[in-house]
Design a binder for this molecule. Structure first.
Ligand SMILES: [Zn+2]
Length: 343
């Protein structure tokens, strides 16, 4: 079997914070914009507010297309961190911990990376680690849940066969991801694995073909990764779907995905890989209140302002102004770049 083994270039590696905190911005922009904020905490809250705004919009669309029992679940994400309690120099907001909440997904990803990066670094000392992507034919909505179950079973059988017939014990973890092809109205459940050992990785692929005869070679990928590089880990620990619903068709598809993976373990370690220690999931998010005077205050989210306000109508973040300032700064920088390149 000749499978391309690629190595992530150094250029692609970056810190955990940058990868998960501001996924939509480039590193280039970050350098410029960081100076515009009053403090690190101000910046963190600004980006978390943008994610809240986007979560509200996409959950409103999900609520529109979902049956009653599901509407309730989506409203939970809609209300996530609606109130921030200021206690002296700290902010505290309660989290919904739903898959369809961007802020909670980001927190979950950070918790997972924190819990698994050290064990993976240890595992890497024994043998190389590989990021494996395994895909197969896309399916229609009504078959999605069944197909996910079938593929889970195929993986369990692969593990058993490798142990019994080849004396190979697989060590690593796997994550299910489901994407959607709007043009064909079909769903694409697939897996990302982090697996120890090149031979083991190739055997896993070989058995994947056995269980999924329709799987094309183009969809599969094996590449060497470095556990010290957060970016390669993010692929496995980030959320299971693209979480933003752009329109009604999209919202319906997104809802179908959430129904199909409801109650399922999206992430699963196997072999001897274990989390550092079981810390309870964060139910609250705490930030430093270092850019406003210390006080005891209740800040309430205002959707039209994209900001939190207190009873005296003061804004907490100044989101709209910050958006304007950041855009202006970017334009200025682009102009300078064009002028420099023009010479
Ligand atoms: Zn949430």
């Amino acid at each position: 079997m000749s499978k391309i083994i690629k190595k992530l270039s150094q250029k692609e590696s970056t810190t955990l914070e940058n990868v998960i905190e501001k996924p939509s911005t480039t590193l280039d922009t970050l350098e410029v914009t960081s100076d515009l904020f009053l403090s690190k905490s101000h910046e963190t809250l600004y980006y978390s507010t943008l994610r809240k705004h986007s979560t509200i919009l996409s959950n409103l669309k999900l609520i529109d297309v979902a049956p009653k029992v599901w509407k309730k679940k989506y409203w939970k994400a809609y209300h996530c961190k609606n109130v921030i309690l200021q206690d002296g120099n700290k902010f505290q907001g309660s989290l919904c911990r739903k898959r369809w909440c961007q802020n909670c997904n980001r927190i979950k990803t950070a918790e997972m990376i924190k819990g698994y990066s050290q064990p993976l670094i240890e595992l890497q000392k024994e043998d190389d680690l590989f990021l494996i992507t395994l895909t197969s034919k896309t399916v229609k909505a009504k078959r999605l849940r069944f197909e996910i179950d079938r593929r889970y079973k195929a993986i369990t059988r692969t593990k058993d066969s490798l142990r019994k017939n080849h004396n190979i014990k697989l060590v690593g973890c796997r994550k299910l991801e489901v994407s959607y092809n709007e043009k064909e109205d079909r769903y694409h459940p697939h897996f990302h694995f982090i697996q120890k050992g090149r031979k083991e990785a190739e055997m896993l692929l070989e058995y994947w073909y056995k269980h999924n005869p329709l799987a094309g070679e183009l969809g599969q990928d094996i590449r060497l990764i470095d556990a010290n590089d957060c970016k390669s880990l993010v692929e496995v620990f980030k959320y299971a779907t693209k979480e933003v619903a752009k329109d009604d068709i999209n919202a319906k598809a997104l809802h179908n995905i959430y129904v199909a993976i409801d109650g399922k373990r999206v992430f699963q370690p196997y072999g001897k890989l274990k989390k550092v220690k079981e810390e309870p999931e964060a139910k609250h998010e705490i930030n430093d209140a270092d850019f406003i005077p210390p006080n005891y205050e209740i800040w309430q989210y205002d959707m039209s302002l994209k900001d939190y306000t207190n009873p005296y109508d003061q804004d907490l973040i100044g989101t709209r102004q910050m958006e304007f300032d950041i855009e202006e700064e970017e334009q200025k920088k682009n102009k300078e770049k064009t002028m420099r390149n023009g010479k």
